[in-house]
Design a protein around this ligand. Structure first.
Ligand SMILES: Nc1ncnc2c1ncn2[C@@H]1O[C@H](COP(=O)(O)OP(=O)(O)O)[C@@H](O)[C@H]1O
Ligand SMILES: O=C(O)C[C@@H](O)[C@H](O)C(=O)COP(=O)(O)O
Length: 325
């Protein structure tokens, strides 16, 4: 196994960051300007990853902050229904709202996301709301990069990482870049670099690493620079061109699977769920990347990024029936 994990913990994975709402175009294949009907789902990358990993059979939980209204309750109720532990989720009592993501599905390859995220509750998560006992319960803490975009959520995330390290809880950093939430190009460069260097596993798209590095980079260079610090696995995603994982002594490549694509988003979250399932269940890195790619290929064919997450049986039968691109 590439990642040594503490055994005997009640949770496999806790994700930290936003638990929000996705409003996905129902009358899709047209621009958002003309879209009139939407389906409401739980969304937000770290929430989707907790849901996806749960669907695959992991015991998952979330550390998040949600609004004290029907939207916040919708999110928490859904997480409970699918078996994600919500005891680390706090309710905001200062009037901050749960973020909304309106998704445009113009065609299977032309999708975009319009975020309504001013004064959102998730970015008001504070260090005092992070509980040491909760982090001690989990084998892995996954931190979403968007949680680093504003204070006090930024301090909460760094504090959680320190507490996790103290208790042997492995840290996975998902770069999860959303331009909208950042004030300048230098902020993600600074905070992504700090978090990536102290994580055990870093996951991001090539474009997201470029944001971190402040310019167009190369996979080998990105990986070797990070592997000189704490990370033992650096994963770089390339959309339909597949993905690659670097460790100190191996480079593992995975091709994307052929998929019937409905929309492009949700792939990354499904990919992270599959990868973490693989790493936690002791699969080889090759197998973990294949599970990740298959979960992603399934989700791009479905309407949401949360309810759409496949079970292990679905992923395995997809892998048996499909071929890589
Ligand atoms: N259109 C697609 N068809 C099949 N698999 C896809 C497709 N898009 C993405 N994937 C899979 O999902 C992974 C992550 O996708 P990517 O677009 O790189 O990340 P993100 O969704 O975070 O931007 C890819 O490495 C690939 O395996
Ligand atoms: O992350 C968000 O706030 C919105 C998500 O719920 C949305 O479905 C999405 O953008 C998924 O992102 P991806 O998996 O990185 O493509």
């Amino acid at each position: 196994m590439m990642l040594s994990l503490e055994g005997d913990r009640p949770l496999d994975l806790v994700t930290l960051g936003r638990a929000c709402i996705d409003l996905n175009a129902y009358d899709y294949n047209q621009p958002l300007e003309r879209t009139k009907t939407f389906v409401k789902y739980v969304g937000g990358s770290p929430a989707n990853i907790a849901i996806g990993a749960r669907r695959l059979g992991l015991r998952t939980g979330m550390i998040a902050k949600v609004s004290d209204d029907a939207m916040g309750r919708f999110v928490v109720n859904f997480l409970k229904e699918v078996g994600v532990d919500t005891s680390g989720i706090v309710v905001d009592h200062d009037g901050h709202k749960t973020g909304l993501a309106f998704t445009e599905i113009k065609s299977p390859t032309e999708c975009s996301i319009l975020l309504y995220r001013d004064e959102v509750a998730d970015l008001y998560l504070s260090p005092g709301e992070i509980h040491e006992d909760y982090l001690r319960k989990s084998k892995i803490l996954l931190i979403s990069g968007t949680a680093l975009s504003r204070s006090p959520s930024r301090e909460a995330a760094f504090y959680a990482a320190e507490v996790a390290r103290k208790h042997g809880t492995r840290i996975v950093f998902e770069l999860d870049y959303r331009a909208y939430t950042w004030k300048s190009k230098y902020e993600p460069m600074v905070y992504y670099t700090l978090m990536a260097r102290l994580a055990d596993v870093v996951i991001g798209t090539r474009d997201e690493y470029d944001v971190m590095e402040g310019g167009r980079g190369q996979d080998e260079v990105t990986a070797s620079q990070l592997l000189a610090y704490a990370p033992s696995i650096v994963v770089i995603k390339h959309g339909v061109d597949g993905s690659v994982a670097y460790t100190k002594d191996a480079v593992v490549r995975a091709q994307a699977f052929h998929a019937k694509v409905l929309k492009t988003f949700g792939a990354g979250d499904a990919y992270a769920s599959g990868l973490l399932y693989g790493l936690i269940s002791g699969a080889t890195l090759e197998r973990a990347l294949a599970l990740a790619s298959a979960a992603a290929a399934i989700v791009v064919g479905r309407h949401s990024s949360s309810e759409a997450m496949p079970s292990l049986e679905e992923v395995e039968s997809f892998m048996n029936e499909s071929r890589e691109r």
